[in-house]
Design a protein around this ligand. Structure first.
Ligand code: MLT
Length: 411
Protein backbone atom coordinates (compact mmCIF):
# COMPACT_ATOMS: atom_id res chain seq x y z
CA UNK A 1 0.00 0.00 0.00
CA UNK A 2 1.26 3.50 -0.83
CA UNK A 3 2.76 5.33 2.14
CA UNK A 4 1.45 8.78 2.93
CA UNK A 5 3.59 11.80 3.67
CA UNK A 6 3.55 11.45 7.46
CA UNK A 7 4.75 15.00 7.87
CA UNK A 8 1.18 16.14 7.27
CA UNK A 9 0.14 14.31 10.43
CA UNK A 10 2.43 16.57 12.48
CA UNK A 11 0.21 19.54 11.68
CA UNK A 12 -1.90 20.38 14.68
CA UNK A 13 -5.30 21.23 13.26
CA UNK A 14 -6.86 22.10 9.93
CA UNK A 15 -5.61 25.20 8.17
CA UNK A 16 -6.70 28.27 10.12
CA UNK A 17 -9.24 29.79 7.74
CA UNK A 18 -11.20 26.62 6.90
CA UNK A 19 -11.38 25.99 10.65
CA UNK A 20 -12.87 29.45 11.18
CA UNK A 21 -15.28 28.79 8.32
CA UNK A 22 -16.35 25.53 9.96
CA UNK A 23 -17.10 27.26 13.28
CA UNK A 24 -18.98 30.07 11.56
CA UNK A 25 -21.09 27.60 9.57
CA UNK A 26 -21.91 25.76 12.77
CA UNK A 27 -22.99 29.03 14.37
CA UNK A 28 -25.09 30.23 11.43
CA UNK A 29 -26.85 26.85 11.11
CA UNK A 30 -27.80 27.08 14.78
CA UNK A 31 -28.67 30.80 14.53
CA UNK A 32 -30.08 31.32 11.03
CA UNK A 33 -31.39 34.83 11.75
CA UNK A 34 -28.07 36.21 13.05
CA UNK A 35 -26.59 38.93 10.79
CA UNK A 36 -23.02 37.70 10.84
CA UNK A 37 -20.31 40.18 9.76
CA UNK A 38 -17.13 38.56 8.47
CA UNK A 39 -13.90 40.35 9.26
CA UNK A 40 -11.93 37.13 9.52
CA UNK A 41 -10.10 35.99 6.41
CA UNK A 42 -8.55 38.88 4.51
CA UNK A 43 -10.80 38.50 1.50
CA UNK A 44 -11.71 41.56 -0.52
CA UNK A 45 -15.35 42.61 -0.95
CA UNK A 46 -15.13 45.27 -3.68
CA UNK A 47 -15.47 44.11 -7.29
CA UNK A 48 -12.76 44.49 -9.91
CA UNK A 49 -12.31 48.08 -11.09
CA UNK A 50 -13.60 49.08 -14.57
CA UNK A 51 -10.17 49.42 -16.25
CA UNK A 52 -9.18 45.94 -15.08
CA UNK A 53 -12.50 44.46 -16.05
CA UNK A 54 -12.27 45.96 -19.54
CA UNK A 55 -8.82 44.45 -20.10
CA UNK A 56 -10.02 41.13 -18.69
CA UNK A 57 -12.94 41.10 -21.17
CA UNK A 58 -10.64 42.05 -24.03
CA UNK A 59 -8.35 39.20 -23.05
CA UNK A 60 -11.24 36.76 -23.23
CA UNK A 61 -12.38 38.22 -26.57
CA UNK A 62 -8.85 37.77 -27.94
CA UNK A 63 -9.16 34.08 -27.19
CA UNK A 64 -12.30 33.93 -29.34
CA UNK A 65 -10.51 34.86 -32.56
CA UNK A 66 -7.99 32.82 -34.50
CA UNK A 67 -5.65 35.77 -35.08
CA UNK A 68 -5.46 36.83 -31.44
CA UNK A 69 -5.86 33.44 -29.81
CA UNK A 70 -3.30 32.50 -27.16
CA UNK A 71 -2.44 28.96 -26.14
CA UNK A 72 0.29 28.19 -23.64
CA UNK A 73 2.01 31.35 -22.53
CA UNK A 74 5.49 31.60 -21.09
CA UNK A 75 5.62 29.77 -17.74
CA UNK A 76 7.30 32.86 -16.30
CA UNK A 77 4.58 35.26 -17.43
CA UNK A 78 4.34 37.51 -20.48
CA UNK A 79 7.17 39.99 -20.84
CA UNK A 80 4.71 42.86 -21.36
CA UNK A 81 3.29 42.25 -17.89
CA UNK A 82 6.72 41.95 -16.25
CA UNK A 83 7.91 45.13 -17.99
CA UNK A 84 4.92 47.19 -16.91
CA UNK A 85 5.29 46.04 -13.30
CA UNK A 86 9.00 46.89 -13.33
CA UNK A 87 8.32 50.23 -14.93
CA UNK A 88 5.37 51.33 -12.80
CA UNK A 89 5.93 49.61 -9.51
CA UNK A 90 9.68 49.04 -9.03
CA UNK A 91 11.47 51.78 -10.99
CA UNK A 92 9.75 54.58 -9.03
CA UNK A 93 11.25 53.02 -5.89
CA UNK A 94 14.71 53.23 -7.44
CA UNK A 95 14.74 49.47 -8.02
CA UNK A 96 15.98 48.19 -11.36
CA UNK A 97 14.99 44.64 -12.29
CA UNK A 98 15.13 42.52 -15.41
CA UNK A 99 12.01 40.77 -16.71
CA UNK A 100 13.99 37.52 -16.40
CA UNK A 101 14.08 38.05 -12.64
CA UNK A 102 10.29 38.21 -12.39
CA UNK A 103 7.98 35.20 -12.38
CA UNK A 104 4.23 35.74 -12.71
CA UNK A 105 2.19 33.18 -10.84
CA UNK A 106 -1.24 32.33 -9.54
CA UNK A 107 -0.58 34.01 -6.21
CA UNK A 108 1.93 34.55 -3.46
CA UNK A 109 0.45 31.91 -1.17
CA UNK A 110 1.42 29.25 -3.72
CA UNK A 111 4.80 30.82 -4.40
CA UNK A 112 5.74 31.20 -0.75
CA UNK A 113 5.01 27.49 -0.36
CA UNK A 114 6.46 26.26 -3.67
CA UNK A 115 9.72 28.15 -3.22
CA UNK A 116 10.77 25.45 -0.76
CA UNK A 117 11.33 23.17 -3.78
CA UNK A 118 14.59 24.95 -4.58
CA UNK A 119 16.07 24.74 -1.08
CA UNK A 120 17.77 21.76 0.49
CA UNK A 121 15.84 20.15 3.34
CA UNK A 122 18.88 20.60 5.58
CA UNK A 123 18.49 24.39 5.61
CA UNK A 124 17.54 25.92 8.96
CA UNK A 125 14.49 28.12 8.68
CA UNK A 126 13.49 31.09 10.85
CA UNK A 127 9.84 32.14 10.97
CA UNK A 128 8.15 35.05 12.73
CA UNK A 129 5.70 34.26 15.48
CA UNK A 130 2.91 35.21 14.93
CA UNK A 131 2.88 35.23 11.13
CA UNK A 132 1.00 34.03 8.05
CA UNK A 133 0.66 30.30 8.86
CA UNK A 134 1.62 29.08 5.38
CA UNK A 135 5.35 29.54 6.11
CA UNK A 136 5.27 27.27 9.14
CA UNK A 137 2.90 24.66 7.79
CA UNK A 138 4.63 24.22 4.44
CA UNK A 139 7.96 23.66 6.17
CA UNK A 140 6.33 21.01 8.32
CA UNK A 141 4.76 19.43 5.23
CA UNK A 142 8.07 19.07 3.40
CA UNK A 143 9.65 17.44 6.43
CA UNK A 144 11.85 20.21 7.74
CA UNK A 145 10.51 19.86 11.29
CA UNK A 146 10.00 17.32 14.02
CA UNK A 147 6.90 17.15 16.17
CA UNK A 148 5.11 20.10 17.71
CA UNK A 149 5.71 20.77 21.41
CA UNK A 150 3.21 21.80 24.11
CA UNK A 151 3.68 25.46 23.30
CA UNK A 152 2.90 24.97 19.62
CA UNK A 153 6.49 25.18 18.31
CA UNK A 154 7.81 22.58 15.88
CA UNK A 155 11.11 20.98 16.65
CA UNK A 156 13.77 21.96 14.14
CA UNK A 157 12.22 25.28 13.12
CA UNK A 158 13.49 28.52 14.59
CA UNK A 159 10.90 31.02 15.76
CA UNK A 160 11.29 34.76 16.08
CA UNK A 161 8.69 35.97 18.59
CA UNK A 162 7.04 39.26 17.63
CA UNK A 163 5.65 40.76 20.80
CA UNK A 164 4.38 44.05 22.10
CA UNK A 165 7.76 44.49 23.84
CA UNK A 166 9.73 44.33 20.58
CA UNK A 167 7.15 46.31 18.60
CA UNK A 168 6.04 43.07 16.86
CA UNK A 169 9.30 43.10 14.89
CA UNK A 170 11.14 39.80 14.48
CA UNK A 171 14.51 39.85 16.22
CA UNK A 172 17.60 38.14 14.83
CA UNK A 173 17.35 34.38 15.40
CA UNK A 174 19.29 33.03 18.36
CA UNK A 175 20.94 30.33 16.25
CA UNK A 176 22.40 30.38 12.75
CA UNK A 177 19.75 29.98 10.07
CA UNK A 178 19.80 29.72 6.28
CA UNK A 179 16.33 30.95 5.34
CA UNK A 180 14.46 33.82 7.01
CA UNK A 181 10.82 34.65 6.32
CA UNK A 182 9.90 38.31 6.66
CA UNK A 183 6.33 39.43 6.06
CA UNK A 184 6.13 43.17 5.65
CA UNK A 185 3.63 44.84 6.06
CA UNK A 186 3.01 42.08 8.48
CA UNK A 187 0.12 39.70 8.39
CA UNK A 188 -1.33 39.55 11.06
CA UNK A 189 0.11 42.36 13.22
CA UNK A 190 -0.01 45.10 10.58
CA UNK A 191 3.46 46.35 11.54
CA UNK A 192 6.07 47.48 9.01
CA UNK A 193 9.85 47.61 9.02
CA UNK A 194 11.70 50.87 8.50
CA UNK A 195 14.54 51.16 6.02
CA UNK A 196 17.07 50.89 8.84
CA UNK A 197 15.43 47.77 10.22
CA UNK A 198 15.38 46.14 6.79
CA UNK A 199 18.98 47.18 6.21
CA UNK A 200 19.92 45.34 9.40
CA UNK A 201 18.19 42.22 8.06
CA UNK A 202 19.93 42.46 4.70
CA UNK A 203 23.32 42.91 6.40
CA UNK A 204 22.55 40.01 8.69
CA UNK A 205 21.54 37.74 5.78
CA UNK A 206 24.65 38.59 3.79
CA UNK A 207 26.91 38.06 6.80
CA UNK A 208 25.27 34.70 7.52
CA UNK A 209 24.90 33.47 3.91
CA UNK A 210 21.15 33.33 4.46
CA UNK A 211 18.28 33.99 2.08
CA UNK A 212 15.39 36.26 3.08
CA UNK A 213 11.97 35.26 1.77
CA UNK A 214 10.28 38.66 1.75
CA UNK A 215 6.50 38.59 1.52
CA UNK A 216 5.33 42.02 0.38
CA UNK A 217 1.75 41.02 -0.44
CA UNK A 218 0.41 44.09 1.40
CA UNK A 219 2.92 46.71 0.23
CA UNK A 220 0.21 48.71 -1.59
CA UNK A 221 -1.43 49.42 1.78
CA UNK A 222 1.54 51.33 3.20
CA UNK A 223 0.39 54.89 3.89
CA UNK A 224 3.36 56.36 5.74
CA UNK A 225 6.13 57.89 3.65
CA UNK A 226 9.63 56.46 3.94
CA UNK A 227 8.54 52.88 4.62
CA UNK A 228 10.09 50.52 2.03
CA UNK A 229 7.65 48.84 -0.36
CA UNK A 230 10.26 46.41 -1.64
CA UNK A 231 13.26 44.83 0.02
CA UNK A 232 15.27 45.73 -3.06
CA UNK A 233 15.14 49.36 -1.93
CA UNK A 234 17.85 48.23 0.46
CA UNK A 235 21.38 48.04 -0.89
CA UNK A 236 22.64 44.49 -1.17
CA UNK A 237 19.17 42.90 -1.04
CA UNK A 238 19.48 41.38 -4.51
CA UNK A 239 22.28 39.20 -3.17
CA UNK A 240 20.16 37.78 -0.39
CA UNK A 241 16.41 38.13 -0.95
CA UNK A 242 13.48 36.70 -2.87
CA UNK A 243 10.36 38.88 -2.90
CA UNK A 244 6.71 37.89 -3.26
CA UNK A 245 3.96 40.23 -4.36
CA UNK A 246 0.30 39.73 -4.98
CA UNK A 247 -2.58 41.25 -6.91
CA UNK A 248 -5.04 39.65 -4.49
CA UNK A 249 -5.55 42.45 -2.02
CA UNK A 250 -4.04 45.24 -4.13
CA UNK A 251 -6.46 44.84 -7.01
CA UNK A 252 -9.20 42.49 -5.76
CA UNK A 253 -7.72 39.36 -7.37
CA UNK A 254 -8.34 36.92 -4.51
CA UNK A 255 -10.63 34.94 -6.80
CA UNK A 256 -8.89 35.84 -10.06
CA UNK A 257 -5.42 34.68 -8.89
CA UNK A 258 -2.26 36.48 -9.86
CA UNK A 259 0.97 37.19 -8.03
CA UNK A 260 4.65 37.40 -8.70
CA UNK A 261 7.99 36.38 -7.35
CA UNK A 262 11.31 38.13 -7.87
CA UNK A 263 14.39 35.95 -7.84
CA UNK A 264 17.35 38.23 -8.64
CA UNK A 265 20.13 36.90 -10.83
CA UNK A 266 22.66 37.97 -8.20
CA UNK A 267 21.14 35.63 -5.63
CA UNK A 268 23.32 32.55 -5.28
CA UNK A 269 23.18 29.46 -3.12
CA UNK A 270 25.65 26.67 -2.57
CA UNK A 271 25.62 23.20 -4.12
CA UNK A 272 26.42 20.04 -2.17
CA UNK A 273 29.89 20.31 -3.69
CA UNK A 274 30.34 23.83 -2.31
CA UNK A 275 30.00 25.70 -5.62
CA UNK A 276 27.82 28.76 -6.09
CA UNK A 277 24.60 28.30 -8.07
CA UNK A 278 21.84 30.65 -9.21
CA UNK A 279 18.46 30.40 -7.45
CA UNK A 280 16.95 32.20 -10.43
CA UNK A 281 17.93 29.27 -12.70
CA UNK A 282 16.47 26.79 -10.23
CA UNK A 283 13.17 28.64 -9.87
CA UNK A 284 12.93 28.99 -13.63
CA UNK A 285 13.49 25.26 -13.96
CA UNK A 286 10.93 24.55 -11.27
CA UNK A 287 8.27 26.78 -12.79
CA UNK A 288 8.85 25.48 -16.34
CA UNK A 289 8.38 21.93 -15.12
CA UNK A 290 5.55 22.30 -12.63
CA UNK A 291 3.61 25.33 -13.84
CA UNK A 292 2.06 26.37 -17.13
CA UNK A 293 1.68 30.05 -16.43
CA UNK A 294 -1.23 32.30 -15.55
CA UNK A 295 -4.03 32.56 -18.07
CA UNK A 296 -3.71 35.24 -20.75
CA UNK A 297 -6.87 37.21 -19.79
CA UNK A 298 -5.75 37.31 -16.15
CA UNK A 299 -2.38 38.71 -17.17
CA UNK A 300 -4.11 41.29 -19.36
CA UNK A 301 -6.23 42.25 -16.36
CA UNK A 302 -3.14 42.43 -14.14
CA UNK A 303 -1.33 44.71 -16.60
CA UNK A 304 -4.33 47.06 -16.61
CA UNK A 305 -3.83 47.66 -12.89
CA UNK A 306 -0.84 49.79 -13.91
CA UNK A 307 -2.62 51.89 -16.53
CA UNK A 308 -3.34 55.45 -15.36
CA UNK A 309 -7.07 54.75 -15.02
CA UNK A 310 -6.50 51.34 -13.51
CA UNK A 311 -4.16 52.57 -10.81
CA UNK A 312 -6.39 55.55 -9.92
CA UNK A 313 -9.36 53.20 -9.55
CA UNK A 314 -7.43 50.57 -7.60
CA UNK A 315 -5.96 53.24 -5.32
CA UNK A 316 -9.46 54.48 -4.49
CA UNK A 317 -10.39 51.02 -3.26
CA UNK A 318 -7.18 50.67 -1.26
CA UNK A 319 -8.02 54.01 0.38
CA UNK A 320 -11.54 52.76 1.10
CA UNK A 321 -10.19 49.69 2.89
CA UNK A 322 -7.67 51.80 4.79
CA UNK A 323 -10.49 54.09 5.91
CA UNK A 324 -12.20 50.93 7.21
CA UNK A 325 -8.99 50.15 9.06
CA UNK A 326 -9.04 53.61 10.65
CA UNK A 327 -12.68 53.19 11.69
CA UNK A 328 -11.97 49.83 13.31
CA UNK A 329 -8.80 50.96 14.99
CA UNK A 330 -10.23 54.19 16.40
CA UNK A 331 -13.60 52.66 17.26
CA UNK A 332 -12.08 49.83 19.24
CA UNK A 333 -9.52 52.07 20.90
CA UNK A 334 -12.42 54.28 22.04
CA UNK A 335 -14.01 51.16 23.52
CA UNK A 336 -10.85 50.62 25.58
CA UNK A 337 -9.44 47.82 23.42
CA UNK A 338 -5.74 48.10 22.70
CA UNK A 339 -5.08 48.06 18.95
CA UNK A 340 -1.99 47.84 16.75
CA UNK A 341 -1.49 47.93 12.98
CA UNK A 342 -4.16 49.27 10.65
CA UNK A 343 -2.02 52.20 9.44
CA UNK A 344 0.24 50.57 6.86
CA UNK A 345 -1.73 47.34 6.52
CA UNK A 346 -5.38 46.34 6.21
CA UNK A 347 -5.26 44.40 9.49
CA UNK A 348 -5.94 45.52 13.04
CA UNK A 349 -4.21 43.48 15.69
CA UNK A 350 -5.94 43.84 19.01
CA UNK A 351 -5.32 42.67 22.51
CA UNK A 352 -8.23 40.56 23.65
CA UNK A 353 -10.25 42.26 26.40
CA UNK A 354 -10.23 40.88 29.93
CA UNK A 355 -7.23 38.69 29.15
CA UNK A 356 -9.36 36.23 27.17
CA UNK A 357 -7.68 33.58 25.06
CA UNK A 358 -7.80 34.19 21.32
CA UNK A 359 -10.32 31.40 20.64
CA UNK A 360 -12.49 32.37 23.64
CA UNK A 361 -12.66 35.87 22.25
CA UNK A 362 -13.49 34.44 18.82
CA UNK A 363 -16.42 32.50 20.29
CA UNK A 364 -17.63 35.47 22.34
CA UNK A 365 -17.37 37.91 19.46
CA UNK A 366 -19.23 35.53 17.17
CA UNK A 367 -21.79 34.46 19.76
CA UNK A 368 -22.58 37.90 21.20
CA UNK A 369 -21.70 40.43 18.47
CA UNK A 370 -22.09 38.15 15.45
CA UNK A 371 -18.71 39.35 14.22
CA UNK A 372 -16.08 37.00 12.81
CA UNK A 373 -12.38 37.71 13.27
CA UNK A 374 -9.23 35.62 13.36
CA UNK A 375 -7.76 34.32 16.63
CA UNK A 376 -4.18 35.50 17.08
CA UNK A 377 -3.02 32.10 18.29
CA UNK A 378 -3.80 30.73 14.82
CA UNK A 379 -0.79 32.69 13.58
CA UNK A 380 1.63 31.28 16.15
CA UNK A 381 1.96 30.80 19.91
CA UNK A 382 2.97 34.42 20.52
CA UNK A 383 -0.35 35.48 18.98
CA UNK A 384 -2.19 34.06 21.97
CA UNK A 385 -4.20 36.77 23.69
CA UNK A 386 -4.47 38.73 20.45
CA UNK A 387 -7.00 38.86 17.65
CA UNK A 388 -7.00 40.07 14.05
CA UNK A 389 -9.75 42.04 12.32
CA UNK A 390 -9.62 42.53 8.59
CA UNK A 391 -10.43 45.90 7.01
CA UNK A 392 -11.64 44.38 3.72
CA UNK A 393 -15.31 44.50 4.66
CA UNK A 394 -18.09 46.62 3.34
CA UNK A 395 -18.19 50.05 5.08
CA UNK A 396 -21.68 49.62 6.55
CA UNK A 397 -20.73 46.21 7.94
CA UNK A 398 -17.50 47.56 9.38
CA UNK A 399 -19.39 50.37 11.12
CA UNK A 400 -22.02 47.97 12.44
CA UNK A 401 -19.34 45.59 13.70
CA UNK A 402 -17.53 48.41 15.50
CA UNK A 403 -20.83 49.59 17.05
CA UNK A 404 -21.64 46.10 18.28
CA UNK A 405 -18.17 45.73 19.80
CA UNK A 406 -18.45 49.15 21.45
CA UNK A 407 -21.84 48.24 22.91
CA UNK A 408 -20.42 45.04 24.32
CA UNK A 409 -17.04 46.27 25.57
CA UNK A 410 -17.24 50.09 25.61
CA UNK A 411 -16.86 51.55 29.06
C1 MLT B 1 -5.42 36.14 5.42
O1 MLT B 1 -6.56 36.40 5.82
O2 MLT B 1 -4.44 36.07 6.18
C2 MLT B 1 -5.24 35.95 3.98
O3 MLT B 1 -6.37 36.26 3.28
C3 MLT B 1 -4.89 34.60 3.64
C4 MLT B 1 -4.23 34.53 2.31
O4 MLT B 1 -3.91 35.55 1.70
O5 MLT B 1 -3.99 33.41 1.88
Amino acid sequence: MARINDNYLKLQAGYLFPEIGRRVNEFTSANPSAQVIRLGIGDVTKPLVPAVLKAFHEGVDDLAKRESFHGYGPEQGYDWLCEVIIDKSYRPLGVDLKASEMFISDGSKCDSANILDIFDLGNKVAIGDPVYPVYNDTNVMVGRSGQVNDQGYYEGLVYMPCTEENGFMPQFPVEKVDIIYLCCPNNPTGTVATKDQLKNWVDYAIANDAVILFDAAYEAFITEPGIPHSIYEIEGAKQCAIEFRSFSKTAGFTGVRCGLTIVPEELLGTTAGGEKYSFNKLWNRRQSTKFNGVSYPVQKAAAAVYSDDGWAQVKQIIDYYMENARIIREGLTAAGIECFGGINAPYIWLKTPEGMSSWDFFDKLLGECHVVGTPGSGFGPSGEGYFRLSAFGDRKNVETAVNRIQEKWGK
